[in-house]
Design a protein around this ligand. Sequence first.
Ligand SMILES: [Zn+2]
Length: 309
Amino acid sequence: MDIQFLGTGAGQPSKARNVSSLALKLLDEINEVWLFDCGEGTQNRILETTIRPRKVSKIFITHLHGDHIFGLPGFLSSRAFQANEEQTDLDIYGPQGIKSFVLTSLRVSGSRLPYRIHFHEFDQDSLGKILETDKFTVYAEELDHTIFCVGYRVMQKDLEGTLDADKLKAAGVPFGPLFGKIKNGQDVVLDDGTEIKATDYISAPRPGKVVTILGDTRKTNASVRLAVNADVLVHESTYGKGDEKIARNHGHSTNMQAAQVAAEAGAKRLLLNHISARFLSKDISQLKKDAATVFENVHVVKDLEEVEI
Ligand SMILES: [Zn+2]
């Protein structure tokens, strides 16, 4: 499981940072890629990666500000131009209004897609668990921005324990149907009377990963709830230390507030994005340094950077 950042800038694109989008690559887990936000130019950034648009099966939108959604019509249209490739459906999750934005853009521009889009819109009253599959559950909760905006908590379900084949062979279990029985948790008795307890040969289930991806927000308890014990918290850092007042006025957070959220939530790792173009590279290292005084495992991400989870 990886996150690849497609746009890490705030508000408008700069040469170094495009507007918001990131890809949660679940290729090993389910052979899919999930996009979170889709600012203008996201499809151009994708061209610089190994991501195949057809693999993007779900898009999660945090809020309807332009720097988070203006890339949707272009991406959705280009996704259709993949000749020889099977056209697969796509799900879009987001605040009420996202369906109208997408359908209007497609209709006005005369764009016809050869695949279906399933919209899952929500408002303040319909948040909580928004998706459950056999491998993942996704929760959304309202944050505190200038318009309705949510954060997402993606929880991988626990992974089944694996069978220790070498240990079984060493115990004299002949390779064959017995392996299958033991794998299914059944105890067996060998011809020589040896009892084999399945639990001795299956490793304990491994806990699934938790990834928290927040939209734009002031510091709020909802962020902490979404990020509890997360393996990775992706948090905006539109402003730096000392800018708390202006951050509040504009519905955003500072690096210090993001670090406080990570610390309060007991997250393992904090990735800062939504970085203002005002920040030069020396400011970026200062952003990290200051945040690290509150939460040590912090990193300011760049466009196209890939982080393994
Ligand atoms: Zn915004």
